[in-house]
Design a protein around this ligand. Structure first.
Ligand SMILES: Nc1ncnc2c1ncn2[C@@H]1O[C@H](COP(=O)(O)OP(=O)(O)OP(=O)(O)O)[C@@H](O)[C@H]1O
Length: 285
């Protein structure tokens, strides 16, 4: 057993919803002949109804992995399968693109920039419901379903008439989660989705995400630099450093007893109460 799989979780029963193998992303660098290797040989599996966290410092490649999964970024090398279907070469047909979008939804850090400022909240969610609903759904069905979903994320009917700028950061993030749920996804990628929120609001959104997962089957790929948050929400985590996976395993075990120097350093850098004080170490390079 190597240091990297010291904590490796053993999952043999379910088929993974997402299987990513050997992901690599190389961007052209600022100067010719100086490419940026953003993601280098990253593999992971995401199982039904689990939350897998990707942690790492800024620039470690987390967002690039997420963008490859949702099809916003091409792969330089590697393979991504969702429910056994390859996504590595992109969707050619509109119907495939729609289906792929409904299987994997993305919630961004800043919902303000990802929500259409001119649309009312009810319309934002209804648009997503309408895109993914069957052709037989009437406008009234779509509207009713949008209001149900808003209610599900803790926003009553009055919010449907508001615009994003009339909402708080936490409420906007609820709208972004509602819009994702409207597609009835198997996977939601949450990219630093609570990073911009106050700690008390963060806790509310994390509770909401846990409630959603308790009431319907959905898996989260939860991208964060915040180990306290990751500890609360995820069962497993992978740790990225400079584009590579340097550690992985069950979150509680990895954080209680970090073995890899980078994971230890990340944990030591958590400036929150509730963590055992650990000598701050220099991040391993
Ligand atoms: N479009 C791009 N062109 C060139 N380099 C890029 C591009 N996107 C990302 N990178 C580089 O790839 C590396 C990984 O970036 P990425 O955003 O995936 O990291 P991250 O861990 O998500 O960090 P952050 O939390 O700051 O977003 C960084 O060095 C970044 O500068």
């Amino acid at each position: 057993m190597t240091g990297n799989d010291h904590h490796a979780a053993t999952r043999t029963t379910d088929e993974p919803i997402v299987a990513a193998r050997g992901l690599r992303k190389v961007y052209p660098g600022p100067t010719k002949g100086d490419p940026v290797i953003a993601v280098d040989d990253v593999s992971f599996e995401l199982y039904p109804n689990e939350c897998l966290a990707i942690v790492g410092e800024s620039g470690s490649g987390k967002t690039t992995v997420a963008r490859m999964l949702v099809g916003l970024e091409t792969l330089t090398e590697g393979e991504i399968e969702v429910r056994g279907e390859s996504r590595a070469r992109g969707a050619r047909r509109l119907a495939d693109r729609r289906r792929w979008a409904s299987e994997v939804q993305y919630v961004f850090q800043d919902p303000y920039s990802s929500l259409n400022a001119r649309q009312r909240v009810g319309d934002i969610v209804a648009t997503s419901v309408g895109l993914h609903a069957g052709a037989s759904a009437t406008r009234r069905d779509v509207r009713t379903r949008a209001l149900d979903i808003l209610d599900r994320v803790g926003l009553d009917d009055r919010f449907a008439e508001k615009h994003p700028h009339q909402l708080s950061g936490g409420q906007r993030q609820r709208v972004a989660i509602a819009r994702a749920l409207a597609a009835d996804p198997a996977v939601i990628v949450l990219d630093e989705a609570v990073a911009a929120l106050d700690v008390s609001i963060q806790a509310q959104i994390l509770n909401l995400l846990a409630d959603i997962r308790a009431s319907r089957e959905v898996s989260y790929l939860f991208i964060s630099h915040d180990l306290a948050v990751v500890n609360q929400i995820s069962e497993r985590m992978i740790v990225m450093e400079q584009g590579r996976v340097v550690d992985q395993g069950r979150t509680a075990e990895l954080l209680a007893d970090p073995v890899h120097p980078y994971t230890r350093a990340l944990r030591a850098a958590v400036p929150r109460p509730g963590w055992k004080p650990v000598r701050r170490e220099r991040l391993a390079s």
